[in-house]
Design a binder for this molecule. Sequence first.
Ligand SMILES: Nc1ncnc2c1ncn2[C@@H]1O[C@H](COP(=O)(O)OP(=O)(O)OP(=O)(O)O)[C@@H](O)[C@H]1O
Ligand SMILES: [Mg+2]
Length: 258
Amino acid sequence: MASATTTEKPGEPPLREVGLCVRGLTKNFGGVYAVRGVNLECEVGQIVGLIGPNGAGKSTLMNIISGTMAPSAGTVYLDGKALMPSSAVECAESGIARTFQNIRLFKRLSVRENIKVAAITRARVSKTVVDEAGIDELIHFMGLDAMADTAAGTLSYGHQRRVEIARALALKPRILLLDEPAAGMNEQETLTLIGSIRTIRDSYGCGVVVIDHDLHFIMELSQRLYVMHLGQLLVEGEPHSVRHDPRVIEIYLGKKQQ
Ligand SMILES: Nc1ncnc2c1ncn2[C@@H]1O[C@H](COP(=O)(O)OP(=O)(O)OP(=O)(O)O)[C@@H](O)[C@H]1O
Ligand SMILES: [Mg+2]
């Protein structure tokens, strides 16, 4: 991927030298602004939550950060350098990996083969051999041993989401983006997922940006929370203060009747 060190723009928060910085990101589809002027940050070793009602622009933002969609304006920086991906593969090669709201596994390939596809990409970038032991480790870490040779499309949604995370991790990313990873999971699976994402942060050394509608899950997990509404950033801060912010309560529960 092409990248360039870029100077800060007037009026925007200073760039971080380490981790993800999003500055002035905008995406319009004709007259509809899905994302408008969004700034966001995620340090390596941090879990950041992104919430907002349906249609707020969360997935569009993640699509742009991961190179699956070009922005109309704005820049994504990783470790202080502007990323200018021409494809999602290039973006992954530069250190940003993701999962999808609508699971996108190779359904007929086994769990192991799905993860291996990403490990092969990683090996090509780092000019090394495929890390077979690393694949086994990821299968074990995500609790997929018993289904390693099963076709991914036959698994439950919960397990498919865990395969997607394992596949993203095989790219050895600096930043991991998770779009509704707990969707379709039961309470126990969600609890296990919280533990797994914390271990990813601590042991795999990445920053993690998580979108979810399950507020309990996201509050429990995130160290910092961003709230989007109608394409714009409404509030950001520590989960506890965001939860009690009247603007956030209003978009979720509606304005109190006087
Ligand atoms: N390819 C597209 N063409 C036209 N409009 C789009 C496109 N993708 C997204 N949008 C619009 O952009 C807005 C934001 O959509 P987006 O999917 O990013 O929201 P979201 O916050 O992820 O919502 P959800 O919580 O339902 O997943 C919506 O109004 C959506 O209809
Ligand atoms: Mg979405």
